[in-house]
Structure formats: structure tokens, C-alpha cells
Design a protein around this ligand. Structure first.
Ligand code: NAP
Ligand code: GLV
Length: 308
């Protein structure tokens, strides 16, 4: 089976060597090397090659090297082409770590203490037990569920919100537009782990912020285009929100003049909340390729109509 890989070359070289050892029947070409394009059955990429369908007329499957597939323009792909995203334990664990770090930092007032330190100000604030801090996670998929499991174990009062009904131990589950406001009203710390779709585009805006308890904080680790920057700045400056930990923005990177860089209540990271981990992902990739070969359901198959 012939596959074309087009993404980070270092990871590609490691996957190529790993597959040669564990699955010698699979031939992985590293872009721009393609082998015979007629024989390419699968493309694994972050950004696929231009004119992909014309160049690789026998393509049967498109795989994303990341957890999201929103970077693909699904409208340009043949409707029957399956698109699969990455689900692998290293990527999930990375997000669990990031969300836990951000929630703990906000829960323990770290943005405020960092600011106080800059001002050489020694001023304690009362410490709240985790059980009195209500954390709400938007998105109860692979990443949201894993993050919540960790947050529940730390004793936070947890809720989650999804598109369709979900059930998760120790988590108050809400779903759909009708239950959104009730979910937001009990989210002192709101974590966004939603995929980018037409429905979630621009979702983190003034209207949503106004539904949160006064002084709530935001963790944005979904996709940049979900967050309305000016609305966040206004909510922070007006005291509606107290702090935000932002990992994803639109555009990425932000221009040097952007206010997020220097805002005292914003912690900004450069889209590193989680990354596909080469070795654990190689095993997950191979397992999915074998499922594909056996005609079994693959993990991470995108529902093209739903957009995630
Ligand atoms: P997933 O398994 O597909 O889960 C998505 C969740 O979002 C599901 O629970 C889904 O609801 C919910 N959802 C989708 N649209 C919704 C809507 N309109 N209203 C309410 N809920 C909605 O995805 P995942 O693996 O957890 O990943 C989530 C996202 O994290 C990715 O798409 C990517 O954007 C982001 N991500 C970011 C980084 C980073 O480094 N910052 C790394 C990896 C991933 P249902 O359960 O009802 O389907
Ligand atoms: C990173 O954002 C990913 O989608 O894996």
C-alpha cells in the first residue's frame, strides 16, 4: 500500500523508518517525493498538496496528522472521500496537561500573582477549595472527556457541553443551544475544546461572555476563529471576565502590535496545547491503516455533513 506524507519532515522520517520495521507492506513517501502518483492510495497531511485529486487520481483516503481536520477545505474534496483525523494517546495526554495547567493556574489566581510580582506587591488572596470552583468544558469529545476526567479527580465541580447528549461520570452534562446558557451560568472557568465548524465560528463572543458568572475566566484551546478578540478584550477590560489563557488565535501568529501580547490578564501560548507525538501516533496510525485495509470503521472518521 502506497501512502504520501506531507507535513513535518522529521516526524515523517521517523514514521517512515517505524513503518518499514513494523509494516513493511506499507510504503510511505515523504513529500515532495511521491513515488508513482497513480499508486498513491492515502495522503497523510496537515495541508494536502495542491490539485491533490488530479495528481493522485486513485486516492482512497485523506488523513490529518492533527486532531482537527478543519484545515482541509472539505468542499473541494469528492463527497465520497473518507477524511480521518488523528486520535492518539500522546496528543490526548498533552491536552489533559495543558487544560489542567490552565485551570489550576486560573483557580489559584496565578495571572494576578504574576502581575503582583511584577509590581513587587506581596498581597495574599483567599484560597478557594477546588470543590467550590465550577469548571465548564465545551466539547465532550476525545479531548474534552479526557480533560474532564482529570479535573474531576482534582475535585473541581465539573460540567460539560456538547452538541448531542453525553454522559460522563462526575460531570454535569449539558447539550445543544437550549442548554447552553444554563451550562455557561455555572462555569467559573470556561474551557473551549470545540472543533471549528460554521456553528462554532466566533462562538466565544460578547454574548457568550455575558452569560458567564461575573469574573469568570476562559481557557481557549480549540481553534483561533472561535474567539472574537475585541469582545474578549472588552470583557477583560470591563471586568466581566478576570483572565484568559489563550493557545489558539486567528491569525496565527498574532501581529506584534496585537493587544493580547501585553494584556496583563491574558496568558498566550503559540498553539502548543497539544501536539501529535511521533511514536505513540505511529502505532495509532498503523492500527487505523490496518482497519482501513480490513474494511473496518476507522477511528477519527470525520462526518463531512457535521464538519467534525
Ligand atoms: P471530537 O472528539 O470531535 O469532539 C468534539 C466535541 O465538540 C464533541 O463533544 C461535539 O459534540 C462537540 N461539538 C461540536 N460542535 C458542537 C456544537 N456546535 N455545539 C456543542 N458542542 C459541539 O474532537 P476532539 O478530539 O476532542 O478535539 C476537539 C478540538 O480540539 C479539535 O477539533 C481541535 O480544534 C482542538 N485541538 C486543539 C489543539 C491545540 O493544540 N490547541 C490540539 C488538538 C486539538 P458531540 O459529542 O455531540 O458530537
Ligand atoms: C492541533 O491543533 C491539532 O489539531 O492536532
Amino acid at each position: 500500500m502506497q501512502i504520501l506524507y506531507k507535513s513535518d519532515p522529521q516526524r515523517g522520517a521517523l514514521w517512515q523508518a517505524w513503518l518499514a520495521q513494523h509494516a513493511p507492506d506499507i510504503q510511505l513517501y515523504l513529500w515532495p517525493e511521491t513515488g508513482d502518483p497513480q499508486k498513491t492510495e492515502i495522503v497523510i497531511a496537515w495541508q494536502p498538496p495542491e490539485n491533490m485529486m488530479a495528481t493522485f487520481p486513485n486516492l482512497k483516503l485523506l488523513m490529518s496528522v492533527g486532531a482537527g481536520a478543519d484545515q482541509f477545505d472539505l468542499t473541494t474534496l469528492p463527497p465520497g472521500l473518507p477524511v480521518v483525523r488523528m486520535i492518539e494517546p500522546g496528543l490526548t495526554q498533552g491536552m489533559v496537561e495543558y487544560v489542567t495547567f490552565a485551570v489550576l493556574a486560573l483557580h489559584r489566581d496565578m495571572p494576578r500573582y504574576l502581575q503582583q510580582q511584577r509590581e513587587a506587591r506581596w498581597q495574599p488572596h483567599s484560597v478557594r477549595p477546588a470543590a467550590t470552583r465550577r469548571v465548564g468544558v465545551m466539547g465532550l469529545g476525545e479531548l474534552g472527556q479526557a480533560a474532564l476526567t482529570q479535573l474531576v479527580s482534582l475535585g473541581f465541580d465539573c460540567a460539560g457541553w456538547s452538541r448531542t447528549p453525553r454522559a460522563l461520570n462526575g460531570v454535569a452534562c449539558f447539550y445543544g443551544a437550549e442548554q447552553r446558557d444554563a451550562f455557561l451560568a455555572r462555569s467559573d472557568i470556561l474551557v473551549c475544546l470545540l472543533p471549528l465548524t460554521p456553528e462554532t465560528h466566533g462562538l466565544l463572543n460578547r454574548d457568550l461572555f455575558s452569560q458567564l458568572p461575573p469574573g469568570a475566566a476562559l481557557v481557549q484551546a480549540g481553534r483561533g476563529a472561535q474567539l472574537h478578540h475585541e469582545d474578549l478584550l472588552a470583557a477583560l477590560d470591563g471586568g466581566l471576565l478576570s483572565a484568559a489563557v489563550i493557545d489558539v488565535t486567528d491569525p496565527e501568529p498574532l501581529p506584534p502590535s496585537h493587544r493580547f501580547w501585553h494584556h496583563p490578564a491574558i496568558w498566550l501560548t503559540p498553539h502548543i496545547a497539544s501536539q501529535t507525538q511521533t511514536i505513540s501516533a505511529a502505532a495509532a496510525l498503523l492500527e487505523n491503516l490496518r482497519r482501513y485495509q480490513r474494511g473496518e470503521p476507522m477511528t477519527g472518521l470525520i462526518d463531512r455533513a457535521r464538519g467534525y
